[in-house]
Design a protein around this ligand. Structure first.
Ligand code: NAD
Length: 449
């Protein structure tokens, strides 16, 4: 490190006390003699600059709401956090509701949050950004939401203190609860993650909704939440209707979703919370989940890797009622719009509250083999199909929704066929993960369960 003004010719240095000088060599091979005093001053200036930078960063993050990373802010006591929450919760022209969207950095949550915000509703997200699948994708979704003015509280839904602070700050008229540990097969490996996020977190949220709005002047929010087609379990009658039995789940994931429906009924019955359950059927589309078959198949086909196609015990093909994300978003928004207010006050219900369950499917199941052919067409590449017996990890042979109830009550009308929807997905996939782009490595090393 040469310091101008401290360079001395070697013969002069000898005349001085050598301890006061440091000998340094430049890249061109010349030797410099630098005063140790000047070096110390330079070091102090560096330390001062670094500390000033840290102080400005802390001030920006703590008081001005500058994110440390898209979606990542300082804890929920800072003025910046409160400001960000309140700004995000503020309704714009045309907005009718203030919604807490849990799982907002997730696939469905990010889409519905944007739809609500775009029509003026106040939206605050909450997500714990867990690493069940690549967190970078959740961060990228969060960055989209941030651009639209939606703040995501980064917290686990089981964190009562954060929920309490959030509900003290904002009067949510509606909750759209989408946070969950998703995925059927991963439940074999990590069952407690499902109990934590699907059962524990749901009860924590219901408790918060019940207690925080005990006063009649400050009514409880109405709740719409994600259940799943998996609750139909081993049913063989198709299409699946909401009144069919749901007491023989095939996976622990399905069991926790069924538990949610039962818990929801209890809170509706005792506390008068208005609750709507939405049984989603294999939702797919842009910004989707890398653990789901349509996504991992697309990835493997692009990368020239084989795909595993499961088959039933007698060689039957699996079939799924694939539902495009835009149709599901419309179903979620219509459910919020038609949700009646909760009827609880001071922890007790004043009168019976609304309790609804709807299937949100596409009503046209497609065999997995046919679905792969559509994917091949859009990707313009053949899949290496590896047909194997279905492992005993909780998948069911088929799903097929009857959506009559949702049609009548919500005006739900799925309009996107699989060919169109997969075309839109593939277009997004190719542009997002394009070769040589900054997202190309996002999936590197990730293997779905
Ligand atoms: N996508 C589908 O095909 C499908 C089908 C049926 C049901 N569902 C249900 O719909 C909902 C949304 O699904 P998705 O596909 O968007 O899943 P997703 O995994 O993309 O989104 C869920 C989000 O919840 C967050 N989360 C998980 N546990 C949390 C916790 N304890 N606290 C805070 N955040 C937490 C995750 O980080 C994730 O971002 C889920 O409840 C899922 O079970 C989805």
């Amino acid at each position: 490190m040469a310091c101008k003004g401290s360079l001395l010719p070697p013969h002069l240095v000898k005349l001085l006390d050598a301890d006061d000088y440091h000998k340094a060599r430049s890249t061109s091979g010349h030797y410099y003699y630098i005063s140790r005093m000047a070096m110390r001053q330079t070091n102090w200036i560096k330390i001062f600059c670094f500390l000033s930078f840290l102080a400005i960063l802390a001030w920006g993050c703590f008081f001005q709401g500058v994110p440390l990373y898209p979606g990542l802010y300082f804890g929920c006591s800072s003025p910046a956090w409160k400001k960000a929450v309140l700004q995000s919760a503020a309704r714009q022209e045309g907005g009718q509701m203030t919604v807490l969207v849990t799982g907002a950095a997730g696939f469905v949550g990010s889409h519905v949050s944007l739809a609500l915000k775009s029509r003026g509703d106040g939206v605050v997200g909450l997500d714990n950004f867990n690493d069940y699948y690549p967190v970078a994708l959740k961060r990228a979704r969060a960055a989209n939401l941030q651009k639209a003015g939606i703040f995501i509280v980064e917290a686990d839904l089981n964190d009562k203190a954060v929920l309490s602070k959030l509900f003290d700050l904002v009067h949510f008229t509606h909750i759209l609860h989408l946070a969950a540990q998703a995925g059927v097969r991963y439940a074999v490996k990590n069952p407690l993650a499902y109990v934590h996020s699907n059962v524990g977190a749901f009860v924590t949220l219901l408790e918060q909704c019940k207690v925080s709005y005990g006063k009649s002047s400050n009514p409880q929010p109405a709740i719409v939440y994600a259940s799943s087609s998996s609750v139909y379990g081993l049913n063989s009658k198709v299409p699946f209707s909401e009144d069919d039995r749901t007491d023989h789940p095939a996976s622990l994931y399905a069991a926790t979703k069924k538990a949610d429906e039962v818990l929801a009924h209890t809170y509706n019955h005792i506390y008068g919370l208005s609750i709507t359950a939405l049984r989603f059927f294999t939702v797919y589309g842009p910004w989707g989940r890398p653990d789901m078959a349509y996504f991992s198949f697309a990835r493997n086909i692009v990368e020239g890797q084989p795909i595993k196609i499961f088959q039933g015990p007698h060689g039957e093909e699996l079939a799924r009622d694939f539902t495009f994300i835009d149709d599901v978003v419309k179903g979620c928004v219509a459910s919020l719009d038609t949700a009646l207010p909760s009827t609880g006050s001071s922890g007790k219900k004043r009168k019976k509250a609304q309790f609804r369950i709807f299937n949100l499917g596409n009503t046209q199941p497609v065999k997995v083999g046919d679905f792969v052919s559509i994917l091949e067409k859009h990707l313009k590449k053949k899949a290496k199909r590896n047909v194997i017996p279905m492992p005993a990890t909780g998948d069911v042979m088929f799903t097929h929704a009857n959506v009559t109830k949702a049609r009548v009550a919500l005006g739900y009308n799925p309009t996107t066929d699989l060919d169109t929807g997969l075309g839109i997905f593939v277009k997004w996939y190719k542009s997002f993960y394009q070769h040589g782009g900054s997202n190309e490595d996002m999936l590197k090393g990730y293997k779905p369960y």
